[in-house]
Design a protein around this ligand. Structure first.
Ligand code: SAM
Ligand code: SF4
Length: 345
């Protein structure tokens, strides 16, 4: 196994069988995490990029079995911010020192192209990079967001196992998910994708396929997080993913895609109180603190135990910055584009 880790660190290539071998034992986890940390340091450096997350609507027309925002969950109080609130949260994030905001929501058709265009243009005037995470759209809709100034788009593939995906995301097609990612690439977005770890019925082989999919797509950002069962969803009695396996999928992703941006996900911190710092020392280089203000934080409830629901953006910024500095890592002051992306454009 040590030879496989060495090969991954030096060549950034592993076969599916080799990935499966590393994912099947926890005996060499420490070596994998250390190798991923070295690769992170060599390719993307010590700086940690902070992206301010604005959760602007928890209304969703989709019905993903794992997600608390699913259409058929009657136990969530729904909200939708208006454009001025969203722009205001972005302005406050800029004043705190953020250079990027991530606008995330359920698939809420109220936010049509015209409304999104206004929000994107207004936020660009604040000199912020914008990441959108608002689900599956048409090519023309993605094009309109890009023309309005959006820089990046996050759309996790969730799992590359087509049958599993289509059983967990009713009425959504795996082909369409992939079509979206290809359209986004073609339109010149920095594209983020990723997977959930620990979905019911998910195999180690399919996790290996997920990592190889990220590489074949040449994704610019990859978010890996544990699936955490939500008591208000059909998957409430499932086991969910573990912190350790999620961390390992993330670290192997770093070994195979050395220069991409990888967040230390909030879901990891939900399962381990030092989860984000451990992830930052095992291959991650991005953190996405919440900059949504007020009661909305707790209403955007994908899974139970979400961190920081009663905190303010200023508190979160200070808290996470202090933690990051405590492990000897500086906070980046730039927009945090992938280097390869800047060279290409
Ligand atoms: N609606 C958009 C979409 O699905 O791409 C963006 C918002 S969605 C809530 C963002 C991510 O939340 C999903 O990609 C999914 O991986 C994650 N998520 C949903 N339910 C989860 C759960 N129970 N545990 C962990 N992550 C979850
Ligand atoms: Fe909606 Fe996204 Fe949740 Fe699926 S994962 S139900 S699309 S918010």
């Amino acid at each position: 196994m040590l030879d496989l880790i060495k090969k991954a660190e030096e060549t950034h290539m592993l076969t599916k069988d080799e990935l499966v071998a590393l994912l099947s034992t926890d005996e060499f986890d420490k070596e994998i995490f250390e190798a991923a940390n070295r690769v992170r340091s060599k390719y993307v450096g010590e700086e940690v990029h902070l992206r301010g997350l604005i959760e602007f609507s928890n209304i969703c027309k989709q019905n993903c079995l794992y997600c608390g925002l699913r259409r058929d969950n009657p136990n969530v109080e729904r909200y939708r911010l208006d454009a001025e609130q969203i722009i205001n949260f972005a302005r406050n994030a800029r004043n705190l020192g953020y250079r990027t905001v991530v606008l995330q929501s359920g698939e809420d058709d109220y936010f049509n192209v015209e409304r999104m265009r206004y929000i994107i243009k207004s936020i660009k005037e604040l000199d912020l990079a914008i990441t959108l995470s608002i689900g599956e759209k048409t090519y023309d809709e993605y094009k309109a967001y890009k023309e309005a100034g959006a820089d990046r788009y996050l759309l996790r593939i969730e799992t590359t196992d087509k049958n599993l995906y289509e059983s967990l995301d009713p009425k959504m097609s795996h082909e369409n998910r992939i079509r979206c990612l290809i359209d986004l690439k073609e339109l010149g977005f920095e594209v983020g994708t990723g997977c959930l770890v620990g979905l019911p019925g998910q195999t180690i082989e399919s996790l290996a396929d997920d990592i190889l999919f990220f590489k074949s797509l040449d994704a610019d950002m990859i978010g890996v997080g544990p699936f955490i069962p939500n008591p208000d969803t059909p998957l409430k009695d499932e086991d969910g993913g573990t912190f350790e396996l999620s961390l390992k999928v993330m670290a192997l992703t770093r070994l195979l895609l050395p220069d991409v941006n990888i967040p230390a996900t909030t879901a990891m911190e939900t399962l381990n109180r030092n989860g984000r710092l451990i992830a930052l020392q095992s291959g991650a280089n991005v953190v996405m603190p919440n900059v949504t203000e007020g009661e909305y934080r707790k209403l955007y409830a994908l899974y139970p135990g979400k961190i920081c629901v009663n905190d303010t953006p200023a508190h979160c910024f200070g808290c996470i910055s202090g933690k990051i500095n405590s492990i000897g890592r500086p906070i980046s002051k730039d927009y945090g584009y992938r280097k390869k992306f800047i060279e290409k454009n």
